[in-house]
Write a protein that binds this ligand. Structure first.
Ligand code: PHE
Length: 451
């Protein structure tokens, strides 16, 4: 008997997939990676690669889940049973990736919680209360760890309740509120004096600003923000209802997520450019520039509180996606109870989080280059490991599923466009996706020697 849950409603899947896709990647990571890579030209590259690499892989991952009705570890092991171990283990690698990514993601979520409380305190405190800053927080490693732990406990509580009772109901309640808040904030931000300059920065493509690693930064970020290469979408696909058309579902998720990233850029850059001439390339961009500006603006405290509540809910949705994958795979593979695997996963996430969490205090001597451990976690995992795992996924989808099965999963005879698109998707996932990923890794490696 199949004991896996199914999404009760069609919107259940969309809400969970969007909740997992939309997170700190869009609001925290996208703006500073765009800044780091010079603006408009990178945004263009990013959108192109989202279509050419992100979307085809997203569709493929959903197919793996729907076809096997299993989590990513069992799914890849099953359909690649006649291939080399490396490919049978794609699922395992992606779970390790989830675990490590969630550990530093939780630290950043802790930063969000910190600013949320600062805005709350200033809102209620008597005149003149001094809010904290990112610098202050980073000087206190144990506070960072404490906040990351609170965040993980919240995510664990939701995941503990299982796919339908936890995820579906919860994210369903949060998403609409979130979209309304974000829209209001963006309108407000577009009225700022820095808006015209910001829009030019985001949308005017000056290709001379692209560097050797820009392409892999774009691919890494596309995969990260669409939650592809982590096995998340395999798990979500395994809960898909039989009548759900995968390419349509994948397309909607990819378009909405990309649109939300662009909106996040339109929201953040005017604030950043109106606030100061601060460099836009730092992971602290969101947390250094935005709160300082908001605290000094009249009515900014309430605005800021709304903004950080919004950000926290997005980050929580994404964390839940990551944790759900780890938990459901542990449950599948080791046949442990769900509760036990939730506690076990939470424990390991926090254990690993000690490295990025204490990277600005106790472990600050372990910096590599000019970057802290946390920044290195982010760039090594997302710009190197994730594209390599995605490459293995592309191979798994191409070789593990037969052409007939792929066609069955892709084509819906009532949707004539799916018949026409199937050969294109097959071509892209087989040739274009691997070529682009390999090219980007090659250029990035070259950049290491030439810079
Ligand atoms: N896509 C999320 C974000 O943009 C991060 C994430 C990755 C969530 C993988 C789940 C799985 O923040």
């Amino acid at each position: 008997m199949n004991k896996r849950g199914f999404w009760k409603t069609r919107s259940g899947f969309y809400l969970a997939a969007m909740g997992s896709a939309f997170g700190l990647g869009n609001l925290w990571r996208f703006p500073y990676v765009v800044g780091e890579n010079g603006g408009g030209a990178f945004v263009l590259l990013y959108v192109l690669l989202a279509l050419l690499v992100g979307l085809p892989l997203l569709i493929g991952e959903l197919m793996l889940g729907k076809f096997t009705r299993k989590g990513v570890v069992m799914a890849t092991a099953e359909i690649m049973s006649s291939h080399a171990k490396f490919f049978r283990w794609t699922g395992r690698f992606s779970i390790v990736l989830c675990l490590v990514v969630l550990s530093y993601y939780a630290v950043i979520c802790g930063w969000v919680l910190y600013f949320l409380t600062q805005f709350w305190i200033v809102l209620w405190a008597p005149m003149g209360a001094q809010p904290g800053s990112l610098g202050l927080l980073q000087n206190n490693g144990w506070l960072q760890m404490g906040l990351a732990s609170v965040h993980i406990l919240v995510a664990m509580t939701v995941v503990m309740r299982g796919v339908q009772d936890g995820l579906e109901r919860w994210i369903g309640a949060v998403m609409p509120v979130f979209v309304v808040l974000l829209t209001l904030l963006t309108i407000k931000s577009l009225a700022l004096p820095g808006a015209p300059e910001a829009l030019r920065f985001i949308f005017y493509p000056d290709f001379s600003h692209l560097g050797w690693s820009s392409m892999s930064h774009a691919i890494g970020h596309v995969l990260f923000t669409l939650s592809v290469g982590f096995g998340t979408m395999v798990t979500f696909g395994s809960y898909l209802r039989v009548d759900e058309h995968i390419p349509t579902a994948g397309f909607r998720v990819a378009v909405m997520d990309t649109a939300l990233s662009l909106i996040a850029g339109i929201l953040i850059f005017p604030i950043a450019l109106s606030a100061s001439n601060a460099p836009l390339t730092d992971p602290g961009l969101l947390f250094e520039v935005v709160p300082r500006f908001l605290f000094s603006m009249s009515g900014g405290v309430l605005f800021g509180l709304a903004f950080f509540i919004c950000l926290y809910l997005a980050a929580l949705g994404a964390s839940i996606g990551l944790l759900e994958v780890i938990v459901s795979n542990l449950t599948d593979v080791f046949k442990v109870r769900r509760l036990a695997s939730v506690w076990l996963s939470g424990f390991f996430v926090l254990l690993i989080a000690l490295l990025p969490g204490l990277s600005t205090t106790l472990l600050k001597d372990f910096n590599l280059g000019k970057k802290s451990l946390l920044e290195n976690f982010d760039s090594i995992l997302i710009n190197w490991c994730l594209p390599i795992i995605a490459l293995a996924f592309a191979f798994t989808i191409v070789r593990g599923l037969s052409q007939i099965d792929k066609k069955k999963l892709f084509v819906d005879t009532e949707r004539i466009e799916s018949v026409a698109l199937f050969p294109h998707w097959t071509f892209v996932i087989k040739w274009i996706v691997p070529s682009l990923i390999i090219l980007s890794l090659f250029l990035q490696t070259l950049g290491l020697f030439l810079n």
